[in-house]
Design a protein around this ligand. Structure first.
Ligand SMILES: Nc1ncnc2c1ncn2[C@@H]1O[C@H](COP(=O)(O)OP(=O)(O)OP(=O)(O)O)[C@@H](O)[C@H]1O
Ligand SMILES: [Mg+2]
Length: 467
């Protein structure tokens, strides 16, 4: 295949990509420039190919051109957010990767820039920030913003001893103005806990703002948290960040483990110094914000894997709250189910329903990878199915896999554990497994275990397996 044919294949490939691609040789002369890039930069490819990038884009200074920088430094630049104002005045935001290409002898051959258009994402983010500012103008919060549910400790349903311990720790933490780190799987109630802590603490009349740290590119998240200055590279506008908007109140950093590690370092500095600086700005702005952070994996494992900075962890982990997954507090399922039925039947204008014992048993057998949120969805779906019934029966429950059993063995003896407690733990596990094998049928289970039905029933109630 000759060079011309090879180039044709390459051009065809580049022109079907959604990402913009711009390739220059070692002198900065453009050799490939695909359609997506031409559309993003609103420049005709014919006016780029064969020309030096500094001549093609005279409005971009040398030090601002990532391609030029990469040609000089031979170091790749990843995740760089760039803003363009096209000839029609339209703002375009891209997130770019620019890498040098060297031959086998280490001679520079080219630089490649790949641009991903995030204009829509940035616009959505701007809208979100504007809305947030409307609800919580910096420093002030409308005392009762309509439609925004504020959770308090009274909303937390559960009697399991480990769960109660968590609630008590959270109540204590609320009284002290210290950072809190909440660890819990998805749907265990991390948001509920964080709001309850805020609205029971001394900052309750100040803003509570939440930001999910996942799913946003680093520079955008940085701008959202710390604000941006006019001309700064993540935004053309002057805008305060969440730290300023939450000043005096609480900032809930949800899924902190998804925050890029460099940004975790910047966050730590802000927490240590109590000052923020807008991106691209030069003024230090004092902030007084309580941080509640959440992680959905074991913090120690996150530190070992290098996804959570240990110094940030120690800074935030003044109080830690470890919410147990629902499968480890099955005795709460009946209370939660009843409370969720009450909550949603009134919202859906349905008459109050009682839940049948077989339905409770079926609910208690399931493992809930999505925890309370999943139980809530199952209840809502069941309520949709109800017509005139007064009782919620198992056939109204659409359990994803009703008999799925995924209990971790917990019967290993733990040093120092009293023998009676250990034996009760083992007995409970045996009963749960036997009941699973018998598909929740207590009579059958009693005969399998060679127990009287009443004896088994007594034990199941004692261990909170039945109510
Ligand atoms: N103990 C509880 N009592 C009552 N409702 C609860 C409880 N825990 C969770 N919920 C309900 O479950 C749903 C999920 O809770 P929440 O949003 O606080 O979970 P999360 O841990 O933040 O989840 P994610 O990790 O997915 O963000 C909410 O609708 C909430 O009302
Ligand atoms: Mg949440």
């Amino acid at each position: 295949m000759n060079n011309k044919q090879y180039r044709k294949i390459l051009e065809t490939l580049l022109n079907i990509l959604e990402e913009g691609v711009h390739i220059v040789d070692s002198d900065g002369i453009s050799i490939l420039y695909n359609n997506a890039m031409a559309e993003m930069e609103q420049v005709d490819a014919a006016n780029v190919i064969g020309l030096n990038i500094l001549d093609c884009f005279p409005e971009i200074a040398e030090e601002d051109s990532t391609i030029w920088q990469v040609l000089q430094s031979r170091q790749p630049i990843y995740n760089k957010v760039q803003n363009y104002t096209g000839p029609t005045g339209k703002q375009i935001n891209t997130i770019n990767a620019t890498v040098p290409v060297e031959d086998e002898q280490g001679n520079l051959m080219a630089a490649i820039e790949v641009a991903h258009d995030i204009t829509r994402l940035t616009n959505l983010n701007d809208k979100l920030m504007q809305l947030q500012e409307m609800v919580t103008p910096a420093g002030k919060i409308k005392p009762k913003a309509k439609g925004i549910k504020k959770y308090r400790f009274e909303d937390l349903v559960g009697k399991d001893p480990e769960f109660i311990k968590c609630v008590n720790r959270a109540r204590k933490a609320a009284g002290y103005d210290v950072p809190v780190l909440i660890y819990g799987e998805t749907g265990t109630g991390k948001e509920l806990f964080s709001q309850s802590i805020h609205y029971s603490g001394i900052r309750k009349d100040k803003p509570f703002l939440a930001q999910n740290c996942a799913a946003l590119p680093e520079n955008l998240l940085e701008g959202i948290l710390f604000g941006t200055a006019k001309g700064g590279f993540t935004g053309a506008v002057d805008r305060s960040g969440l730290f300023e908007q939450a000043n005096g109140g609480t900032l809930f950093l949800d899924e902190l483990n998804s925050m890029p590690i460099d940004l975790q370092g910047k966050l730590l500095r802000v927490l240590q110094e109590s000052y923020v600086r807008h991106i691209g700005g030069s003024k230090d702005i004092p902030v007084d914000v309580r941080i509640i952070a959440s992680v959905n994996e074991d913090p120690q494992e996150l530190i070992e894997r290098g996804t959570l900075r240990s110094d940030l962890y120690y800074r935030l982990n003044v109080v830690n709250i470890n919410i147990p997954p629902l499968r480890d507090r099955r005795s709460d399922i009946p209370y939660l189910a009843e409370s969720l039925i009450r909550k949603h039947s009134s919202k859906m204008d349905k008459k109050p329903l009682t839940i049948s014992r077989p339905a409770i048993r079926a609910l208690m057998e399931y493992d809930y990878p999505g925890n309370v949120r999943e139980l809530e969805n199952i209840i809502i779906q069941a309520l949709f199915m109800v017509d005139d019934e007064n009782i919620l029966s198992p056939d109204l429950l659409n359990l994803p896999c009703p008999r799925k059993v995924n209990r971790k063995p917990s019967s290993d003896y733990q040093a120092g554990e009293p023998l009676t407690e250990y034996m009760e733990r083992v007995e409970k596990e045996i009963l749960l497994n036997a009941l699973d094998l018998c598909h929740g049928n207590v009579t059958h289970c009693a005969s399998v275990l060679h127990l009287k039905r009443q004896t088994l029933q007594y034990k199941l109630i004692k261990y909170g397996i039945l109510t």
